[in-house]
Design a protein around this ligand. Structure first.
Ligand SMILES: [Zn+2]
Length: 307
């Protein structure tokens, strides 16, 4: 549909764009999606989406650059962050049933870094995990918290857990008042855990398991090189993959990622970078560089595919 006049038909032009027969506006098919105005061919995007969605642990920007032969680390890094930015659908369902809610510190551990370089700050992160009866773990949600105060923890619970759910927490005072938000609050004290013969780590077993998995993933796939500003995006990626770990088909996970990507508004590079340093060389304005490559691309040079 024409973005200018709303006409629902168009002529296909030689460069892959569509021209509106009524008002003459020329629009690429990727307009209004996260693929808008990127110079990466869609075939490469699909490959990247597959590596992102199909791997058990996803892929790091460096591996993506090497695997697909992408020209720069920044391009590969921005592609992965664009994919991460679409994963949280506004108005998605909240967790329900029996939900463990806890918090943990994530990040700040950079093995091999010693001496002068400042260590990353650990970020307090809220974790909510559905507990299945009689055993097992359902979906999870994670988000950074400003602090461990009652205001932060209540806001986290309200954002991620459906009212009416049974919320299990430890005895920390920050969790006082959850009953008032419409939850059945099950507070577990250290003393009660010890009486059952459990160690303190067994107080919230599902939360501890998810916290251990996300920390291992950040250290393994991303070598712990996750800064505070981008941590929420990495948490979204972990949650997306964790909640689809039982999916029959990896192809369906890729389909979902692409569906979300097409439905998501464009994400610009400057929105992805955390700090904006003034550029030494002024960039050429996009208009002066001609149009981005069309969708009609010659086949990628991959001779092994023909064999
Ligand atoms: Zn038009």
């Amino acid at each position: 549909m024409c973005p200018t006049c709303g006409h629902a038909q168009g002529w296909r032009l030689g460069d892959g764009r569509l021209e509106c027969p009524r008002c003459g506006t020329r629009t690429p098919l990727t307009a209004g999606t996260i693929f808008d105005r990127t110079r990466t061919p869609l075939t490469v995007w699909f490959d990247a989406g597959w590596l992102f969605a199909s791997g058990k642990d996803g892929i790091s920007a460096l591996s993506l650059k090497r695997t697909l032969g992408i020209g720069s680390y920044q391009t590969a890094w921005a592609m992965l962050h664009r994919l991460r930015s679409v994963l949280v659908r506004p108005g998605r369902d909240r967790l329900s049933g029996i939900v463990e809610v806890g918090e943990t510190y994530i990040g700040g551990e950079e093995p091999g870094l010693r001496g002068g370089r400042a260590r990353g700050r650990k970020v307090l992160t809220g974790i909510a995990v559905e507990v299945r009866e009689p055993e097992g773990v359902g979906r999870c949600r994670m988000a950074p918290l400003a602090d461990g105060s009652a205001a932060s923890l209540r806001a986290f619970a309200a954002d991620h857990v459906e009212p009416g759910a049974t919320v299990i927490t430890d005895a920390w005072q920050g969790y006082h008042g959850l009953d008032g938000l419409g939850y059945v609050h099950d507070r577990r004290g250290q003393r009660a855990a010890r009486a059952r013969g459990d160690g303190p780590g067994e107080l919230l077993p599902a939360v501890h398991r998810v916290a251990a998995l996300v920390k291992r993933w950040l250290l393994g796939t991303h070598q712990g090189s996750v800064d505070e500003a981008h941590l929420p995006a990495y948490l979204d990626e972990f949650v997306f993959r964790f909640n689809r770990r039982g999916s029959r088909s990896r192809g369906l996970v890729l389909y979902r990622v692409l569906e979300l990507a097409v439905g998501h508004e464009p994400v610009r590079y400057h929105e992805l970078i955390a700090t904006r340093r003034p550029l030494a060389v002024k960039p050429t304005p996009p208009q002066a560089r001609g149009h981005p490559p069309s969708l009609e691309r010659p086949a990628a040079r991959r001779p092994w595919r023909k064999a």
